[in-house]
Design a protein around this ligand. Structure first.
Ligand code: F6P
Length: 364
């Protein structure tokens, strides 16, 4: 019967377990044999115990757990041809030629490289006497499907990446907690949130948390933001507001490309308002803990759909994502390339080009 591998790679995200569970159970339901590739690409490269056949009960009791029970790791060897060749050898020796890859754009790029190089790596393995020609002939192509797991919500073409909703909940809980102590002391707090090059978590948490000011990478503030921010906060105080909360995305910069860090914002506040401010860096708390309801049911649908996709695969590499609350199949590489373009233009301060790159991969 058909064998499907599933792996999680890159930074973990709440809801990855729901995808793994859905993939395993859908595969079993459809008469296929699912294998977990543990510790990300490291598992594919090293093989052995790291590639494990999964049963129905192997994924019991994981839906509500954060992180990924099959582990994730960075693998330098997988970036080299030798490591990729080992991965092909390990997979093909077990008869696995279908792969569901869960991670961010880096993970998906690596998966597509493996797919593209699969035939030539097979040929090298045959030539080296590492596998039989028969084995290579039985699995001439690698079929892949990607599901995007990342709290950053930074993949072009899908409305929500798995984990982003849970991270947002975590941030909102923190904002609520901080605002109660801030109110008591009539204090200003600067809260730094994750998101790498993407301001989604910062912007949405600022709106949902009723915050006073927000800095995101996609829109550096106009020059003179220091004065403007202090004016806005002072007006709020004068109107009776007891707390001020400023959200800073970790990748925020000013118009000159200089980082707007939480410490920098704190210093501006202390200077401009003449009162001491506090900084809270939420860090990996945002990526930990149990997934929200959304990050359980949506990844379940995504994993189910990705497994079916692979079982019926016509060879086109796809990402299973969401658009307007519906599942969509996106062309894998153009989505990843557009995501990279958005990041590149954002970092270079060319926001019009970033917006154009974001729009161009939406397919209905
Ligand atoms: O991509 C997810 C993310 O949590 C980013 O928001 C953050 O910049 C980065 O990973 C942190 O990476 P690490 O866990 O390697 O410190």
């Amino acid at each position: 019967s058909v064998k499907i591998g599933v792996l999680t790679s890159g930074g973990d995200a709440q809801g990855m377990n729901a995808i793994v569970r859905a993939v395993v159970r859908t595969a079993l339901h459809e008469g296929a044999r699912p294998f977990a590739i543990r510790e990300g690409w490291k598992g594919a490269v090293e093989g052995g115990d790291l590639i494990q056949e999964m049963s129905w009960s192997d994924v019991s009791d994981i839906l509500h757990r954060g992180g990924t029970i099959i582990g994730t790791a960075r693998s330098d060897r997988f970036r080299e041809r030798e490591g990729m060749r080992e991965a092909v050898k390990n997979l093909v020796s077990l008869g696995i030629d279908r792969l569901i890859s869960i991670g961010g754009d880096g993970t998906l790029t690596g998966t597509d490289e493996l797919r593209a190089e699969w035939p030539s790596l097979l040929a090298e393995l045959v030539e080296m006497g590492e596998i039989e020609q028969d084995t290579a002939d039985r699995h001439p192509l690698l079929h892949i499907a990607g599901v995007v797991g990342s709290i950053d919500n930074d993949l072009v073409g899908t409305d929500m990446t798995v984990g982003a909703d849970s991270a947002l909940h975590r941030i909102i809980d923190a904002i609520d907690a901080i605002s109660s102590t801030a109110e008591s002391h009539r204090r200003s707090f600067v809260i730094e949130v994750m998101g790498r090059h993407c301001g989604y978590l910062a912007l949405m948490s600022a709106i949902a948390g009723g915050c006073d000011y927000v800095f995101v990478p996609e829109r550096p503030p106009a020059d003179g933001w220091e004065t403007d921010m202090c004016r806005v906060l002072k007006e709020g105080r004068d109107a009776g507001r007891r707390d001020s909360i400023i959200i800073v995305a970790e990748g925020a910069t000013d118009r000159n490309g200089v980082a707007i860090t939480s410490e920098r914002v704190k210093a501006v506040l202390e200077e401009g308002l003449g009162e001491s401010a506090r900084v809270t860096m939420l860090g990996h708390v945002q990526r930990g803990g149990s997934p929200s309801a959304y990050d359980r049911w949506m990844p379940t649908l995504l994993g189910y759909s990705a497994a079916l996709e692979l079982l019926q695969s016509d060879g086109d590499p796809v990402i299973i994502g969401t658009r307007r609350n519906r599942l969509v199949r996106l062309p894998l590489m153009s989505s990843v390339e557009n995501t990279r373009a958005v990041k590149k233009f954002t970092a270079a301060g060319d926001f019009e080009a970033a917006v154009a790159a974001r729009g161009s991969s939406y397919t209905e």
